[in-house]
Structure formats: C-alpha cells, structure tokens
Design a protein around this ligand. Structure first.
Ligand SMILES: CC(C)(COP(=O)(O)OP(=O)(O)OC[C@H]1O[C@@H](n2cnc3c(N)ncnc32)[C@H](O)[C@@H]1OP(=O)(O)O)[C@@H](O)C(=O)NCCC(=O)NCCS
Length: 145
C-alpha cells in the first residue's frame, strides 16, 4: 500500500465514489479539482499499484488549529486490511505538520463500522450534533493530537 496526496488523475475516481457513497454532498469534478489544489484541504489516496483503494478528506482550519475529517472511504474489496486505519494515521501526521491540535468529525449514529475505526484510532465521542443529516442522528467525535 502507498498513500499520497490526491492528484488530478484521481478526480474521476473520487467523483464517482463521492456520488455513490456521500450522495448528500454536492460535488463535481471541478469542485474536487479545486479542493485538491486548495491548501486548506488534505485529500489522501491509498493505492495498490495503479488502483485507488481508499481516500480520506480533511479540512484544515489553521487559525483555530483545528481540522475536520470530512470523509473516509475504502473500496469494498479492500476493507478490513488496515487501509482505513493507515489513512487516519497519515492524516494525523499531516495535521501535526500543519500545527493542528484537534481533529473532529461528524458520523452517523448508526455507522458502527466507521465508529469502530474512529475508536481504534483514538477518537472519542463528544456529543450529539444539533442537526440531522440524511435523516440520521449525527455524533461529534474528536481527538487532541
Ligand atoms: C469505515 C471504513 C473506512 C473502514 O475501512 P477499513 O479499511 O475496512 O478499516 P480498517 O481495516 O483500517 O479497520 C481498522 C479497525 O476498525 C475495525 N473496523 C473497520 N470497519 C469495521 C466494521 N464495519 N465493523 C467492525 N469493525 C470495523 C477493524 O476491525 C479494525 O480493527 P483492528 O485494528 O482491531 O483490526 C470502510 O468500512 C468504509 O469505507 N465504509 C464506508 C464509508 C463510511 O462509512 N465512511 C465513514 C463515514 S465518512
């Protein structure tokens, strides 16, 4: 496995994954290209050879020394092999380099798989979010780094 920042060749794949996995977000290839080139975003892609196996997107709020992990995804065929965990470890390292002190995220209450991954990477449940997303109750998790 190899993890690097997303580049323009990843845009088509990212757009397809986001369309299917995160339909409540409004994205297109142009917006993803802008994000890849925006220093306030960190999009890491896990690869096996030429194949993209997963990604993790984080938004940096450098003045507040905080970051929000916006999305993490691993292709079905590649799950349960530690890719999600490694993507989060790389994300934490990137954030440390940018002097971020806290990473937070929103997760659907029923997303037990993602919550297990977050627990195993040292995130803690903080509180319920004040709004529903996609008709689901949402939890706020965070970790100090
Ligand atoms: C959540 C997701 C990213 C996990 O990716 P992954 O590569 O399979 O995770 P890992 O293999 O690194 O798992 C890390 C740990 O979490 C546990 N875990 C991961 N998914 C799990 C699941 N569905 N159920 C129970 N435990 C799970 C693993 O057992 C592993 O534990 P270990 O370290 O003791 O072995 C992946 O299932 C996914 O893409 N889901 C759909 C998208 C999503 O829901 N994203 C989160 C919301 S943005």
């Amino acid at each position: 496995m190899n993890i690097t920042l997303a580049n323009e060749k990843d845009v088509e794949w990212l757009n397809e994954v986001i369309r299917i996995e995160f339909p409540y977000t409004e994205f297109n290839e142009k917006k993803i290209t802008e994000k890849i080139n925006n220093p306030n975003f960190c999009i890491l892609v896990a690869r096996q050879g030429n194949i993209q196996t997963g990604f993790c997107e984080t938004e940096l709020f450098t003045q507040k020394q905080e970051a929000r992990l916006n999305a993490i995804f691993v292709e079905d065929a590649w799950r349960d092999q530690g890719i999600g965990k490694t993507l989060i470890e790389y994300t934490i390292n990137q954030c440390k380099h940018k002097r971020i002190q806290k990473i937070f995220l929103l997760v659907k209450k029923e997303n037990v798989g993602a919550k297990t991954l977050y627990k195993k990477t040292n995130f803690d449940f903080i509180k319920m979010h004040d709004k529903k997303i996609d008709d689901s109750d949402i939890e706020v998790w965070e970790q100090k780094i």
